[in-house]
Write a protein that binds this ligand. Sequence first.
Ligand code: PRP
Length: 184
Amino acid sequence: MDRDLSEIILSEEQIAQKVREAAAWLDERFKKESVPPLAVGVLKGCVFFFCDLVRAMQTPVQIEFMTASSYGNSSKSSGAPEIVTDLAASVQGRDVILIEDIVDSGYTLVRLKDLILGRGAKSFTAVTLFDKPARRKLPVRADFSCFEIGDEFIVGYGLDYAQQYRDLPYAGILKREIYEKNNA
Ligand code: PRP
């Protein structure tokens, strides 16, 4: 285990099992569609979850990415997620599957849902690896959440603290002294 973590909460195997469940749920939801859904990854946190999820699906999908950022190096959302890199493709008339690593305050999900539906998407489905309802500021939920977590600082499998720990293949709780030291 990385020495900066106090605990591993999800092993690679536990994540892989849940990714298969999420993929099966999406397959069922889109089995009657003749046009492939557009899987939109919200970088950077989604990156490993996104790749594992779309490859676990039987349904063919097209893939696109956007970058949204509201945290910088802080643990508190700015409340106004910035679209750092927009989609390269039109979502007009498409079934969009938004793939997130975490829904925290909910600001990002609300912003991206409004943006995508406002551009004429046929449908919007949000899938998140983690849901942290204790921190919610807006009444929103992903359509499929893999893991509901408490108010711990989770890193690994794409999630970062100050751009570190994303590359861990498992997810764990960051030691409090690591982020309190820097936010003091
Ligand atoms: C994280 C995460 C979500 C968002 C969720 O992104 O990937 O997009 O925050 O938080 P919210 O529900 O409070 O809006 P972040 O800005 O940290 O960028 P990253 O994906 O590059 O880590």
